[in-house]
Design a protein around this ligand. Structure first.
Ligand SMILES: Nc1ncnc2c1ncn2[C@@H]1O[C@H](COP(=O)(O)OP(=O)(O)OP(=O)(O)O)[C@@H](O)[C@H]1O
Ligand SMILES: [Mg+2]
Length: 429
């Protein structure tokens, strides 16, 4: 009787292999007989790795060659100049962000031509942004993103959940950046991640809240810790379900700049309480005129300190990894008036353009603009409601005007804003 051959042939190198364990023949399909021996698998793996190193080197060289040119374009004062075109006030925040971004580029440059025996590394300075609702946090960051040539991804923190819970894991933030970088790992590893609505993952047991335990939100913060500092983050491609065999993409977050932001509603009360407790007579309290006058939001917010964030419900380890605190102010009537007309995408300009397309000159009387600003202040949503207030009075006009092609002038008055009066329409032909 013929003895059974104890070896199996590798389909690639044609060698016959004695199989003691699955590692001798890592790939084997008994039905078709297709097999790959350990040696071939190792060779293929090495070839792939070597190729990856080449690809990365090319990507590094390309990024590096653009870097000098880019750095002359994004000097802090130039970034601020650009932001000034869109965002009114918030000068301090614009300055802080401009410097943070410029330093991010410097770190990147230093990392690329890092020489031995010099300084080990320049540590990154992640930023935390706070300020009232509708004051321009998200808008500021989205304009910044448009200006920069490095990948920039915004992720809503309130959608993040602790691993194992329904929702998105924190890795999603890195995955978003990976796609913003057109799947280029080198570019991704030097990008900027903005975590919006960061206050929504505050621990509910913070002083500002009444619920005593909140493992979910604290868990999200814990999972963010390593990522903020720098770690290898693994995620699956978009649309791919997460299961143990799914191929993963690895990104190191060491050089990614993190900016987190949120309204942190009520933090001014925490700051006021702290200042009151530490007031020695020459401190904050002494500056307030009148005995019962409450300190204003804008006076308080710029005094935010790490311990206030901790009281709000951000864990100390996270705060330690966000060394730059950037605060935005509440917008007063004057600022709102400017927002209505000045920025390149100001609401009044937008409606003027829309009307122009129907051969109509649209005018807002000064009173009308004041009325809009005052209404927005009443709604307490910062600049957010400006557009909606105008939209309300513009609806009928936008419906009726296209009925004719005549050249006309439409004037919106304070009466239109406050009492729904009909705008004045004049024929100009
Ligand atoms: N300082 C500003 N200058 C110009 N426009 C502004 C400013 N602040 C807000 N806006 C406008 O108001 C709208 C809402 O602002 P934004 O989304 O930035 O608010 P936010 O600070 O992120 O608020 P929230 O905390 O509620 O998310 C934006 O469309 C923006 O155009
Ligand atoms: Mg926002």
């Amino acid at each position: 009787m013929k003895e059974k051959d104890p070896t199996i042939q590798c389909s690639f190198c044609k060698r016959r292999v004695v199989v003691h364990s699955q590692y001798d023949l890592p790939v084997y399909d008994p039905r078709s007989g297709f097999a790959l021996c350990a040696r071939c698998v190792t060779d293929i793996y090495k070839a792939i790795e070597a190729h990856q190193v080449e690809v990365n080197k090319e990507a590094d060289a390309e990024t590096m060659s653009n870097l000098d040119e880019e750095m002359s374009r994004i000097k802090p004062h130039l970034i601020k100049e650009y932001l000034d075109k869109y965002i009114i006030n918030q000068d301090q925040a614009k300055k802080i962000l401009s410097v943070a971004v410029y330093n991010h580029y410097k770190r990147m440059k230093y990392g690329f031509d890092h020489k031995e025996d010099e300084l080990d590394e320049i540590e990154k300075s992640n930023v935390i942004i706070l300020g009232p609702s509708g004051c321009g946090k998200t808008a500021l960051l989205s304009h910044l993103a448009k200006m920069l040539d490095i990948p920039f991804a915004v992720t809503d923190s309130s959608s993040l959940t602790e691993a194992g819970f329904v929702g998105s894991d924190v890795e999603v933030a890195v995955r978003n950046l990976y796609y913003a970088a057109d799947k280029n790992i080198t570019r991704c590893e030097h990008g900027i991640i903005y975590l919006d609505e960061f206050d929504k993952i505050a621990r509910k047991s913070g002083e500002n809240n009444t619920i005593t335990a909140d493992p979910g939100h604290e868990g999200v913060q814990q999972s963010l810790l390593k990522m903020l500092e720098g770690s290898e983050v693994e995620f699956t491609a978009r649309g791919q379900r997460k299961h143990p065999e799914a191929p993963t993409i690895k990104v190191n977050t060491k050089n990614i700049l993190f900016i987190v932001g949120g309204a942190f509603v009520g933090i001014e009360k925490i700051i006021a309480k702290r200042l009151k407790a530490t007031d020695t007579g020459i401190g904050f309290g002494a500056k307030i005129e009148g005995q019962n006058e409450k300190p204003k939001y804008n006076d308080l917010i710029h005094k935010t300190r790490p311990e206030d964030l901790m009281k709000f419900g951000i864990i100390p380890e996270i705060i330690g990894r966000l060394p730059v605190i950037c605060t935005l102010e509440d917008l007063d009537e004057n600022a709102l008036l400017r927002i209505l007309t000045e920025p390149r995408n100001a609401p009044v300009r937008q409606y003027k353009k829309l009307m122009e397309m129907d051969n109509v000159d649209l005018e807002f009387s000064d009173d009308a603009l004041h009325a809009v600003a005052q209404k927005a202040i009443e709604r307490k949503t910062g600049a957010r409601s400006l557009k909606g207030i105008i939209e309300d009075v513009m609806l009928d006009i936008m419906f009726d005007i296209p009925k004719s092609d005549k050249h006309r002038k439409v004037t919106i008055t304070a009466d239109c804003i406050n009492n729904h009066a009909t705008p004045i329409i004049e024929d100009l032909e």
